[in-house]
Design a protein around this ligand. Structure first.
Ligand code: SF4
Length: 406
């Protein structure tokens, strides 16, 4: 990550995704990885259907692994630590990783298997220390392989955000739960046009400690709209790679959100300011090929409100983490018939998630989902649903009970 001069980003597009990966990596100067312990870190944060663009495409990861294996006699690991209530192995298998995991030259690891290690965050503004996967010291080289996706909380989720999976189990949610009006008002006073949240500052802090040595962004099937898990897959057949993760992320944005600047993905703006002040836009990067216009394919950004998609649902989401958010997305998708029958724009289904919900946000017909809202139970307004995160079926059961239907 610590490089000198203009970083290089290679970008390729081809229907043959193995060819796209290989020709993309051919353009980079990857150091000699012989004898190293290499972590391939795709984003497999959820149990999802293959090709939905929610997780990293296993075909891309296989192509990367085979490319490296042919060149470097090394120890290869693949793993993730998904959102709460998700079985890591099942998430990989369901998304189509079974064949790759059978290869005896790559070791699958659930990053939550070993007891965590606590690390201090150098220069952390909000995040002072964090519990990382117990495997942390086992890796010499980390390859972040995110899927290019839009994200409701962060603008977009790319190679830095993907490394949140190295945080041990539920400690990930700590990044969502900071409340520091002083620090935030300081940022937002200086940055009039953008809204920086505690989550953005915490992700940027985390990048002071954990960053990818190599970023390979999977835009074979990107995820547009309501990310991280309720948008639409878009086949782009594109791979973006760089030994500078920020440069790779900037080019991923340049082809998918050509009108955006780093202001639209505030954690990247903060990472740029604190770690790479000379790296702010695609103009600061050398791309291969030089002209990337042919790769531009604007994606729909994630709406800030779920009501844009579901007019009869009002979701009040203040400082939730992806687990509750994804559960609500899934619940809406899977029960849209029922919800349309029982709720209207005038009489919407009101749901609240997240640590930041206050008494003034409450309605008597609101469902307060998740333990983060438990402190509001004392106001006896709305229906509290305990769990972290409560399952979709428990939430639906309580909605039905409240409506007095089966
Ligand atoms: S209750 Fe929901 S938002 Fe809160 S930590 Fe648990 S999963 Fe995250």
């Amino acid at each position: 990550m610590r490089y000198v001069g203009k970083p290089i980003v290679s970008i390729t597009r081809n229907e043959d995704i193995i060819f796209a990966v290989r020709s993309c990596l051919d353009q980079l100067k990857i150091p000699d990885l012989t004898g190293k312990n290499i972590l391939l870190k795709p984003n497999v944060g959820r149990e999802a259907l293959p090709n939905s663009g929610i997780n990293t495409n296993p075909e891309v990861v296989s192509a990367i692994f085979n490319y490296l294996k042919e060149r470097y006699n090394a120890q290869y690991y693949i793993g993730d630590s998904p959102i709460i209530n998700t079985d890591t192995k099942k998430a990989f298998e369901k998304y189509g990783y079974s064949e790759l995991l059978k290869d005896e030259n790559i070791h699958f690891i659930d990053l939550d298997d070993k007891p965590p290690i606590e690390k201090e965050i150098p220069n952390g503004k909000l995040l002072k220390s964090i519990k990382l996967t117990g495997y942390w010291k086992d890796f010499d080289y980390i390859i972040s392989i995110p899927v290019l996706k839009m994200h409701m909380h962060c603008g977009a989720s790319l190679s830095f955000k993907n490394l949140k999976g190295l945080i041990y189990k539920r400690n990930k949610v700590a990044l969502h739960h900071f409340q520091s009006p002083e620090i935030i008002s300081h940022y937002n006073k200086n940055e009039k046009s953008i809204k920086i949240k505690e989550l953005d500052v915490a992700i940027a802090d985390f990048a002071n400690l954990v960053y990818p040595d190599l970023a390979i962004i999977d835009a074979s099937i990107a995820h547009e709209g309501m990310g991280p898990s309720s948008g639409n897959p878009v086949r782009l057949n594109t791979i973006i790679a760089s030994t500078s993760s920020l440069a790779a992320d900037i080019i991923a944005l340049a082809i998918s959100q050509p009108t955006w600047t780093l202001d639209d993905v505030p954690h990247l703006k903060l990472i740029s300011e604190s770690l790479f002040p000379s790296l702010k836009s695609f103009k600061d990067i050398k791309t291969i090929p030089q002209n990337i216009e042919e790769f531009i394919h604007p994606l729909k950004p994630s709406p800030e409100s779920i009501t844009i998609k579901y007019k009869n649902v009002i979701l009040t989401d203040i400082d939730s983490c992806s687990a509750c958010l994804s559960t609500i997305f899934k619940l809406l998708e899977n029960n849209i018939g029922f919800i349309s029958k029982h709720f209207t724009e005038k009489n919407p289904l009101r749901i609240a998630i997240g640590k930041g919900i206050k008494q003034s946000d409450l309605y008597s017909d609101m469902f307060l989902v998740g333990n983060c809202t438990s402190s509001l139970n004392k106001y006896k307004t709305g229906v509290f649903i305990k769990g972290c995160t409560p399952t979709e079926s428990i939430i639906m059961q309580l909605i039905k009970e409240n409506l007095k239907v089966n």
